[in-house]
Design a protein around this ligand. Structure first.
Ligand code: ATP
Ligand code: MG
Length: 727
């Protein structure tokens, strides 16, 4: 193999990491310095130059999409010298790797072969049901918080029996619920995400032979985004690595953004302590962003304490300053973003070079509406995942029951969907049986019928359901997966039920169900799922795949996503919206630790941008039905003024002058200039008196204005007819 191919396109430091002798390494470097690129080349190097068998490589990425991309890149690099497909190498997220191990060793892990994975919504529903069953007040123990508690304990490797509640009644109760929940999951063969990891850890702990087998196999372990690993993930790797594996971790302490979910940035230090011979390699050149963007990010993150310290530079030129846009309200902000995207498309080309980032999912709606109005296609990345939609989960629940009758979560979901006169009273009898006899709901039907606990009508309704599921299995046994899916959707009555649903919503649901059949048709069983049935492999895919790539790859659309899910990605044109105190940093970030994590999140956001970044905030924002006045985020004030430029289009509102320096460059007013009406403009109407424009729609003669009048309240007016006087 030609060495130079593998080292092409790398700087000296990167080459040092890629071509380093076998051993343990920490590649510590800031955003955009090529960490992921180094990891990818390192793997190709191990295979191509060190002649390491592919099967001894284990690579961990943060998302499934990143895993697919990494595999693809490695194949591409290696195939420059020979045709190469990687079969034996494992690349995936911690969860997908754990899933794979558990599937192979389900007996040792004490799991049914067809165990199913629950997402967080399923998990909360199950908890809710159990709380009710055990007469525990949901108000005192909200399912979401209970799930949080359980997941956090699992992430620390703790089972209910391992927790010392210290006489605290509240914790005692939570521990008790944890146990009840776990028993129910075990009976039904259900695993939540955290369970995947702790189960795998326990599998290794309890089966020395299995552990040894994988220790001998995975001699090369490589992990991206190491700063966001949690305790159990660290322990898993530590176990697997044993005493002799070679571990390369790459990470950036400044991008640790999952502390709230139990990630431990301290794991970087722990790695250095545990692997005493580990060498640290630092990369300092940033290849992603222009000078202004990078230096804005550097200036911001300098406000954090206890950093490992890095010095990032770029030679890609200054570029444009970071634009800061102060919007009158959230509608103004959204419209501004839409118009800027339009501009980008006209000047530079692709929509998919643009990304809009926000702190929380609920902020997307306003942006979406503005994009729709401007006819700009968009996609929500990692938002409401396809596989999480109601009708899809209904269909999947039928499939899950076909695969595993003991799946209580699936049972609960569809036993009366579509309605078959199986009421809550009937179900309560079954639920009680699950509790007193330690059986599943499916098994409870038989017991209830035999012991005549049910009315004749209820019993026959339930038995019809049992027949339906059995028939669905038998009749679809020989079908390919997509036909099976289609058959189940129709025969279960779901199709008919959603068909009846009125209006656009029903149509969309039907479309989605049809899309599910397409997804089943397109589904390629991955190599590692060889032993699973097509159905189980597909269901696993549905629960692990965070829907990162659902839209057609050929379409050109803007990406909308939370700052968290933007990690590791890059876009030429980035917008960060809603950068206001109380939103970002979020209102929940009171203490210094939390605040520093928010700042790192801002650092992640800023460093996604390659060419042009715009940060915006709104002075007024309607949130959760309430209009609030907001201050610009402190993070804006922390950006070095020589790298930013204030964009303002309205002149008559008191600007928050305290945030902007006197000598900052003159605002540029370019877009939205075509309309003489601006949001925030004070006006007078002959009849309604004085008011403020709060919304502008349409253009030219069609322009409609929404004005908040001091005396008369809010009104929509046709600009041409209203005869407004600007004040
Ligand atoms: P993050 O911290 O955001 O995950 P990273 O450190 O993993 O970033 P990469 O995504 O690997 O950085 O690289 C950032 C960008 O710089 C990519 O577009 C990558 O292709 C490019 N790049 C990395 N190294 C080089 C290089 N030596 N020459 C040219 N481009 C490079
Ligand atoms: Mg990366």
């Amino acid at each position: 193999m030609d060495f130079s191919l593998l080292l092409d396109g790398l700087n000296d430091k990167q080459r040092e990491a890629v071509a380093a002798p076998l051993g343990n390494y920490l590649v510590l470097a800031g955003a955009g310095s090529g960490k992921t690129r180094v990891l990818t080349h390192r793997i190709a190097w191990l295979i191509g130059v060190e002649n390491i068998p592919e099967s001894s490589i284990l690579a961990v990425t943060f998302t499934n999409k990143a895993a697919a991309e990494m595999r693809h890149r490695i194949e591409h690099t290696l195939s420059q010298s020979s045709d190469h497909r990687l079969f034996g190498m494992w690349v995936g997220t911690f969860h997908s790797i754990a899933n794979r191990l558990l599937r192979m060793h389900y007996l040792d892990a004490n799991l049914p072969q067809d165990f199913q994975i629950m997402d967080s919504e399923d998990q909360q529903r199950l908890i809710k049901r159990l709380l009710k069953l055990h007469n525990i007040d949901e108000k005192h123990f909200p399912p979401k918080q209970v799930a949080w508690f359980i997941n956090a304990k699992k992430d620390q490797g703790l089972r209910a029996k391992d927790i010392e509640p210290n006489d605290d009644a509240n914790t005692k109760k939570l521990v008790q619920i944890y146990q009840i929940y776990q028993d129910a999951c075990d009976r039904a063969g259900l695993l939540d995400f955290a369970e995947l990891l702790i189960r795998t850890y326990e599998l290794f702990k309890q089966n020395k032979l299995i552990l040894q087998r994988y220790q001998q196999r995975f001699r090369q372990i490589l992990i991206d985004e190491f700063q966001d690993t949690n305790n159990i993930q660290y322990d898993l790797i530590h176990l697997l690595a044993g005493n002799s594996s070679n571990v390369m971790i790459v990470g950036d302490d400044d991008q640790s953004i999952y502390g709230w979910r139990g990630a431990q940035v301290e794991n970087i230090q722990r790695f250095l302590d545990d692997y005493t011979n580990a060498q640290t390699i630092r990369l300092e050149q940033n290849y992603r962003s222009t000078g202004n963007i990078l230096n804005a990010a550097n200036g911001l993150i300098a406000n954090n304490e206890n950093r490992l310290g890095k010095n990032l530079w770029t030679d890609s030129g200054e570029g444009e300053p970071v634009d800061i846009y102060c919007a009158f309200n959230e509608l103004d902000e959204a419209r501004f973003v839409a118009s800027q995207i339009k501009q980008w498309k006209e000047d530079e080309g692709e929509l998919n070079q643009c990304a809009v980032l926000y702190r929380s999912n609920s902020q997307s709606r306003v942006i979406e509406e503005a994009l729709i109005q401007a006819s700009i296609p968009y996609r929500i990345y990692g938002g409401m995942r396809f596989f999480e939609r109601q009708e899809i989960k209904d269909a999947l629940a039928y499939l899950r029951l076909i695969a595993n009758r003991q799946d209580d979560a699936a049972f609960e979901r569809v036993v009366n969907t579509p309605p078959r006169s199986i009421g809550d009273r009937t179900l309560d009898i079954l639920r009680q049986l699950t509790r007193t006899r330690q059986i599943t709901l499916w098994q409870a039907i038989q017991v209830a019928v035999q012991e005549e606990q049910l009315s004749g009508r209820a019993a026959s309704a339930l038995l019809r359901f049992v027949d339906l599921i059995n028939a669905l299995e038998q009749e679809t046994e020989q079908m390919p997966l997509f036909e099976q899916t289609d058959f189940v959707i129709r025969k279960s009555g779901l199709y008919e039920m959603y068909k009846q649903e009125k209006g656009e919503k029903g149509e969309v649901r039907i479309e989605n169900l049809e899309e599910l059949v397409t997804a089943a048709r397109q589904f390629n069983k991955p190599d590692e799922a060889e032993e699973m049935s097509d159905l189980t492999a597909f269901l696993t895919h549905a629960s692990l795949e965070s829907g990162e790539t659902q839209a057609s790859p050929h379409q050109d659309y803007v990406e909308l996503m939370t700052l968290h899910s933007a990690k590791g990605l890059e876009f030429p044109r980035v917008f960060i919206v809603g950068v206001e105190e109380g939103i970002f940093p979020s209102g929940m970030s009171f203490d210094e630790g939390r605040l520093q994590e928010e700042r790192r999140l801002a650092y992640v956001g800023i460093t996604r941008a390659k060419k042009k970044l715009t940060i915006s905030y709104a002075e007024n924002r309607r949130l959760y039905g309430k209009e609030e006045r907001h201050l610009p985020s402190r993070f804006i004030a922390e950006l070095p003024e020589e790298h930013i430029r204030e964009v303002r289009l309205r002149g008559n509102i008191n600007r928050p002058a305290h945030f902007f320096a006197k000598n900052s460059p003159k605002p540029t007013a370019s877009i939205l200039e075509d309309s003489p009406w601006k949001m925030g403009q004070k006006v007078r109407h002959e009849k309604f008196g004085q008011g403020t424009i709060i919304n502008v729609e349409g253009s030219g003669d069609q322009t409609r204005l929404q004005v908040a009048f001091v005396q008369q309240g809010i009104k929509w007016l046709i600009a041409k007819m209203a005869n407004l006087e600007k004040l």
